[in-house]
Design a protein around this ligand. Structure first.
Ligand code: GUN
Length: 294
C-alpha cells in the first residue's frame, strides 16, 4: 500500500480563505479582527513561526500587533504588556509564543491572558471548556489535526486514536477533542508517553496514529498498523533538514494516509490560529461580551 499524502498546505489554504471571508464580513460591520503576537527572546524557530503567523494575519485581513521583547525582559514587564492588551478593545486575540525564557513562569503568563482573547486556547478556562465539550477555542494544533482528519475523510467515530505525547499544547488537548461526541471525534483515545510500558503494542492498534513526541523518526514502520492514518506533528531540525516524528518513507508503504513534514500539520496550526482570532472577534463584537458572562 502507498499512503495517500494529506496535503496540509492545500487544506490550510482552504481554511484561510474561509477565515478571510469571515474577517471581511466582520470588517463590513465595522470590526477589524486584531491579533497581538508576543515574542520573547531569540529562539530561531519561534521567530520563524511568529513571522509566518503575522504574515498569515495580513493575508486574512486580520490586523496584527507585533510585540518583540528581549530575552532579558522581566516577567513583570511581560505581565504588564498582557494587561495592556487585555484592556485594548482593538485586540481580539493574544498569542504568547512558547517557549518563554527560563526566568519567566509560563503558566503565570498564560493565566494572565484574558480567556476571551486567548487565541491559542491555552488558558485553563478554555482548556476546561474544551474538556467539558463546550469549547470556544481549541489549541490550534489539535484543532488543525481534527480539521485535517475531517477534510480528508478519515473516520474517527469509533476509531482507535492513539496519541503519542502528552504535552499541554498538543497531546492532552487533542485527546480531549477526540473523545468528545460529534463529527471529527467520538474516538476511543489512548495517550502514550514516556511512562508507557510497551509503546508499540499501542501504536500497532491505532486506526489513527498521532505522533507528537519531538524526536526525529521515533515512529518506525513496524509500529504502524497497515492501513492506519498517520498524523505527524513533529518538526525536528536534523542534518538531513526538517524531519517529522515518523519515519515517513517507511510509513508511507504501510499507512493509508499520512501527513508530510513540512506541509502537513504545521500550516494547519496557523490556519486555526486565524480561525480562533476571528471567532473571538465575532464573540467580542456580539452583545454577549465577555465569555465569562455567558
Ligand atoms: N510553541 C509551539 N507551538 C505553539 C503554539 O501553537 N502556540 C504558541 N503560542 N507557542 C507555540
Amino acid at each position: 500500500m502507498t499512503a495517500n499524502i494529506i496535503d496540509g498546505k492545500a487544506i490550510a489554504k482552504q481554511v484561510r480563505e474561509e477565515v478571510a471571508e469571515e474577517a471581511a464580513a466582520l470588517v463590513a460591520t465595522g470590526v477589524t479582527p486584531g491579533l497581538a503576537t508576543v515574542l520573547v527572546g531569540d529562539d530561531p524557530a519561534s521567530h520563524v513561526y511568529v513571522r509566518s503567523k503575522r504574515k498569515a494575519c495580513a493575508e486574512a485581513g486580520i490586523k496584527a500587533w507585533d510585540h518583540d521583547l528581549a530575552a532579558s525582559t522581566p516577567q513583570s514587564e511581560l505581565l504588564d504588556l498582557l494587561d495592556q492588551l487585555n484592556a485594548d478593545p482593538q485586540v481580539h486575540g493574544i498569542l504568547v509564543q512558547l517557549p518563554l525564557p527560563e526566568h519567566v513562569d509560563e503558566q503565570l503568563v498564560l493565566d494572565r491572558v484574558d480567556p476571551a482573547k486567548d487565541a491559542d486556547g491555552f488558558h485553563p478556562y478554555n482548556l476546561g471548556r474544551l474538556l467539558s465539550g463546550d469549547r470556544i477555542v481549541a489549541p490550534a494544533t489539535p484543532a488543525g489535526i481534527q480539521e485535517l482528519l475531517l477534510r480528508s475523510n478519515v473516520e474517527t467515530s469509533g476509531a482507535e486514536v492513539v496519541v503519542v505525547g502528552r504535552s499541554n499544547i498538543v497531546g492532552k488537548p487533542l485527546a480531549a477533542l477526540m473523545v468528545q461526541k460529534g463529527p471529527g471525534a467520538n474516538a476511543t483515545v489512548t495517550v502514550c508517553h514516556t511512562g508507557t510500558r510497551d509503546l508499540e503494542k499501542h501504536t500497532k492498534r491505532a486506526d489513527v496514529l498521532v505522533a507528537a513526541i519531538g524526536r526525529a523518526k521515533a515512529i518506525t514502520g513496524p509500529m504502524i498498523r497497515p492501513g492506519a492514518a498517520v498524523i505527524d506533528v513533529g518538526i525536528n531540525r536534523t542534518d538531513d533538514g526538517l524531519v517529522g516524528d515518523v519515519d515517513f518513507e517507511a510509513a508511507r508503504e504501510i499507512a493509508s494516509a499520512i501527513t508530510p513534514v513540512p506541509g502537513g500539520v504545521g500550516p494547519m496550526t496557523i490556519a486555526m490560529l486565524l480561525k480562533n482570532t476571528v471567532a473571538l472577534a465575532r464573540r467580542a463584537s456580539s452583545a454577549a461580551g465577555s465569555v465569562l458572562n455567558d
